[in-house]
Write a protein that binds this ligand. Structure first.
Ligand SMILES: *Cc1c(COP(=O)(O)O)cnc(C)c1O
Length: 360
């Protein structure tokens, strides 16, 4: 067996301990004589899996009792429509556009009401987070929307926007469980799990109970109504059961590591190794304004497309894979999620140093 260091932005690296555990339980999950893949979602064994996953997530994130945790399908992108369909009572929402995912959410919301772009960083290819301390929030806005960590561009909101009392909705796909958050500051926090938590195909939505109701936009499908899933404990229909199971394992792994305070420490330490090198390098440079740098996604360039391609190719030959930047940005991007060990970042930086010497 030979494992690589996988710097993919998603689907992404998972903890080896978790992969080994699910492999061990593949043929016979705890005496049931079957894999979780083969199990009824109405079985007692699965009910225990989903209950425990929710309990562990609540503990990790310190989720208040007046929030529901939903395990839904359709990925993060499904939420781009589900959020306005359920929350746009006044048919007005404000969007802060800091990258492609926020832009997609903003464009989707326009189908359902008046979506206002109240701030953007598109003028400088999304390389920074705009000042959000005093934005022109619409008086009748149903919510203010952000993408908290911009997976493609490598920026992160270090401070939440001043929503002037309006409900904050955040896509945290690529920073989910990377550090502690105060859930009570949000109406909805949601994220696709394939970036920092588990396998692809599921989104976790943490939603304040008062935002869940039958009063949704006319024509909203049953499956896209939060209330449907909240009332059924995420078991209205067959959920992505295996994904819930693997995510539950990752929650236990995070708890065993010391929880989100400890993850934040580790993530800061890992990111510092890479950013410090980028700041001192003559060949490579980071593309993001330093104060807005993400701990999870680190884009960088040499400034020469051919050199970038050479680097990506040679790095892959050394077992440092998926370093190519997003197709819309070019250059490189190292995604260094929770499950990327410090040794992986050290190996990347050592290779970058060697490459720089060889290509000076
Ligand atoms: C990957 C990503 C998405 C899209 O996720 P899907 O599950 O593929 O729909 C949305 N938002 C952010 C921030 C992402 O990183």
């Amino acid at each position: 067996m030979s494992r690589v260091y996988n710097f993919s932005a998603g689907p992404a690296v998972l903890p080896e301990e978790v992969l080994k555990e699910v492999a061990d339980e593949m043929m016979d999950y705890r005496g049931t004589g079957m894999s979780v893949m083969e199990m009824s979602h109405r079985s007692a064994a699965f009910q225990e899996i989903i209950d425990e996953a929710e309990k562990d997530l609540r503990e990790l994130m310190n989720i208040p009792d007046n929030y529901k945790v939903l395990f839904l399908q359709g990925g993060a992108s499904q939420q781009f429509a589900m959020i306005p369909m359920n929350l746009m009572k006044n048919k007005v929402a404000d969007y802060i556009v800091t990258g492609q995912w926020a832009k997609k959410a903003y464009q989707e919301a326009q189908k359902y009401g008046k979506a206002n772009k109240i701030a953007s960083s598109e003028d400088k290819t999304f390389s920074y987070i705009p000042d959000c301390s005093d934005l022109p929030i619409s008086p009748d806005a149903d919510y203010v929307y952000i993408c908290e960590n911009n997976t493609i561009y490598g920026t992160k909101f270090k401070e939440l926007p001043n929503t002037k009392g309006k409900t904050l909705v955040a896509d945290v796909s690529s920073c989910f469980l990377s550090e502690p958050v105060d859930v009570s500051k949000y109406g909805i926090i949601y994220g696709g799990v394939q970036k920092n938590i588990g396998p692809a195909g599921m989104v976790i939505v943490i939603i304040r109970e008062d935002l869940i109701s039958e009063d949704v936009l006319p024509g909203t499908p049953t499956m896209l109504t939060y209330k449907t899933h909240a009332d059924a404990g995420s078991l209205y229909n067959t959920p992505n059961a295996y994904c819930i199971y693997v995510c539950g394992k990752v929650f236990k792994w995070l708890k065993a590591m010391g929880g989100l305070e400890e993850m934040k420490k580790r993530n800061e330490e890992k990111a510092k190794i890479l950013y410090d090198f980028l700041d001192s390098s003559k060949l490579f440079k980071g593309t993001v304004v330093p104060k807005d740098r993400s701990l999870m996604n680190v884009p960088f360039v040499t400034g020469d497309k051919e050199m970038d391609a050479k680097f990506v190719k040679e790095a892959a030959a050394q077992g440092l894979v998926n370093l190519k930047g997003h197709r819309t940005v070019g250059g490189m991007r190292a995604s260094i999620y929770n499950a990327m060990p410090k040794a992986g970042v050290e190996a990347l930086v050592a290779f970058m140093k060697k490459f720089e010497e060889e290509n000076a």
